[in-house]
Design a protein around this ligand. Sequence first.
Ligand SMILES: [Zn+2]
Length: 73
Amino acid sequence: MIDAELLKIMACPWCITRPEAPPPNIEKGALELVGPAEQPNALRCRQCGRLYKIEDGIPNMLVEDAVLPGSPS
Ligand SMILES: [Zn+2]
């Protein structure tokens, strides 16, 4: 289970290694939960939109496995 505190210290591994500044009011590489509140199935980066799947309660934070916005999953 991913709680709000954990979410706050996690960040998109792609964005935090890039020099680009995030949009206003968004922290660099900030993530949000996607899916049902009681069982989210992915984390989405608010900066680049990459989707990191949560499998068996564990988020897969590998950039290679992330789904880019607009690409078929
Ligand atoms: Zn990102």
